[in-house]
Design a protein around this ligand. Sequence first.
Ligand SMILES: *Cc1c(COP(=O)(O)O)cnc(C)c1O
Length: 395
Amino acid sequence: MYENKKFVYADNAATTPVDESVLSAMLPYLKDTWGNPSSAYSIGREALGAVSDSRGRIASLLSCKPNEIFFTSSGSEADNWAIKGAASAAKSKGKHIVTTAMEHHAVLNAMKSLAREGFEITYVSPDKNGIIFPSDIENAMREDTVLVCVMYANNEIGTLQPIKEIAEVAHRHGALMFTDAVQAVGHLDINVKDLGVDMLSFSGHKINAPKGIGALYIKTGTRVHTLIDGGGQERGRRGGTENVPYIVGLAKALELAYSRLDSEKRVLALRERLVSGILEKIPYSFLNGDRERRLAGNANITFEYVEGESLLMFMDMCGICCSTGSACNSASLEPSHVLLSIGVPAEKAHGSLRFTLSHENTEQDVDYILEKLPAIVQRLRDMSPLYSSGMERVK
Ligand SMILES: *Cc1c(COP(=O)(O)O)cnc(C)c1O
């Protein structure tokens, strides 16, 4: 199906493959030590030991206490818990929340659901480079603001937000600070104490652990109601028998990610090669989001006079995996809310591609994209009436 039998995976913000050593760490808990961590006999106690050990290792990497880490079924669950749990616990104090227009849908839809319950949500917009200014958060704060929610790294354009400064603003106004760090954890040396946040979420499948495991850091003393009621798991705050093998996998994957933080420099060089190559070879293309204040592997580029969906199809035929906007929206034909939030007009937003590189990508991968993409864009433009009339305008 793929021409030349080449396969280049450049969609690491959508998901990542499970690392071999993560799988090896998990297998014993699927095959042998399959007991319930709440059971008193030995395979139960061993499973409980594995969960505690994983929690401790994760806590030490993030610089918090083990009892501040809670396992969830996904990044989405962690986001929902932080937002709905904190809002519910604080609603007698106030029903106003400050967030941004560029959050992940797990956050935006949790906000919508709170809005239906009478919360008021202020959506702060980023600047044209995709950066949220602490002063804009400050201006949005009110007497009754109980929560500030700003993502650490954007999943579409990769821009990084000044979370520490924003957390200071939130606290100065007596509000809690939550950051969705699903795209940041594993790529930046995150220390939750330094960051000063009250809650932080992350997810396994973005860092080479399996899909279906996430975690929420909740600082001691933070009032957050329970989202999933059940048995007494996770110190009575998140019901559901612990997903032992996946928890073990998450800890292993996080350790691996921290141990190769240095490789981010190499990923950055690959991304720069890709961005420069594209902007040089393809006219009427531009990079979305700040060129420096972004994740090393992220390149989000708009190609005027083409449809991202058609680009994606032709790239797939060449064995190249990338995406338009986020994977979660790729089924919808709505232009990306993130690109709209930085002021990209809807018709241009439609012609955008996101490449997200990882430590597994090579220079050959980048050169293969640079070899295929210009011809694909040209071919689509040649078929587009918009392109020829656009060219008239330029002349
Ligand atoms: C992927 C992602 C999520 C959702 O995580 P899941 O584990 O897939 O539910 C949330 N926020 C951001 C920024 C993401 O990239």
